[in-house]
Design a protein around this ligand. Structure first.
Ligand code: F6R
Length: 261
């Protein structure tokens, strides 16, 4: 794993977006794996900026999101389809029919098998963006998830339901089930970019980078991937013990060098 410690949330976003930009420059019909949640919002804003100001085009790209709540229609404001429309898709030139989010209303097993087939038919994912839960989950692969799991329905842990309660109004139905790409599905991406920012992620970041490979921290599965990059800010890096092994962005010049890498 390449670990990069950036100085701020903004720098994490700039570096993450630079990886996407470089991939699309090399492969305009790239297949992107996308995540929702608070972490990738700054990255998506940076991609929108590059689209508007630097001509970054997603016209030939396809995208596959990691997960979706079971029981929420695509137009529900808390659905992950709605999130992607409002935070990214409506602001760039990706074709709507080339954006895939698992179907939270389809019969469960059919939706899961269908999603795996769609990813395969698209030629697999070139670059998978990930956030990480405080409990180490990736997608909705909660602790104890099989490290070779495929797309399926998962019951969310109480901790994840509590963490995501902030997105729902008081009294609003909050799903406790989700359809998610499996860890095995995620590991098949050519390249993985995990972003984490803020002190609440420090323990998960330590466990995933320096802890043992374990289903207790699903994100530690990235240790088994040949091309994974972890980009974190200093707050999320606070619990790491072996900072001498990692790349620390200290100046603006280093940030730019990293982008040109
Ligand atoms: C969302 C997803 C989740 C989030 C994780 C972190 O599609 O797959 O694994 O990445 O829960 O969420 P935030 O970024 O809101 O802290």
């Amino acid at each position: 794993m390449q670990v990069i410690i950036a100085r701020s949330v903004a720098e994490v976003a700039v570096l993450g977006a630079a990886h996407c930009q470089r991939l699309i420059a090399q492969k305009p019909h790239a297949v992107l794996g996308l995540a929702t949640g608070s972490t990738p919002v700054a990255l998506y804003q940076q991609l929108i900026k590059l689209h508007r100001q630097a001509g970054l085009s997603f016209k030939q790209c396809r995208s596959f999101n990691l997960d979706e709540y079971i029981g929420l229609a695509p137009e529900h404001p808390q659905s992950y389809r709605y999130f992607m429309q409002s935070h990214l898709f409506e602001h760039i030139d990706i074709k709507q029919r080339h954006t895939y989010v698992p179907d939270g209303l389809m019969a469960a097993s059919a939706a899961a098998a269908n999603y795996e087939q769609l990813i395969q038919r698209a030629g697999g994912i070139d670059l998978q963006i990930l956030g990480v839960g405080r409990n180490g989950h990736i997608g909705f692969n909660e602790p104890s998830s099989s490290l070779v799991s495929r797309t399926r329905i998962k019951t969310l842990t109480c901790a994840t339901i509590a963490d995501n309660q902030r997105f729902f109004k008081p009294g609003e139905f909050q799903p406790s089930l989700a359809i998610t790409m499996g860890i095995g599905t995620i590991l098949q991406a050519q390249k993985i970019l995990l972003l984490a920012t803020g002190a609440t992620k420090a323990k998960a970041v330590k466990d995933l980078i320096e802890g043992p490979l374990s289903a207790s921290c699903p994100a530690s599965a990235l240790q088994m991937h040949a091309n994974s990059i972890i980009i974190i800010d200093t707050e999320a890096a606070a619990d790491l013990q072996h900072t001498e092994y990692y790349q620390q962005v200290k100046t603006e010049t280093e940030l730019l060098e990293n982008i040109n890498d």
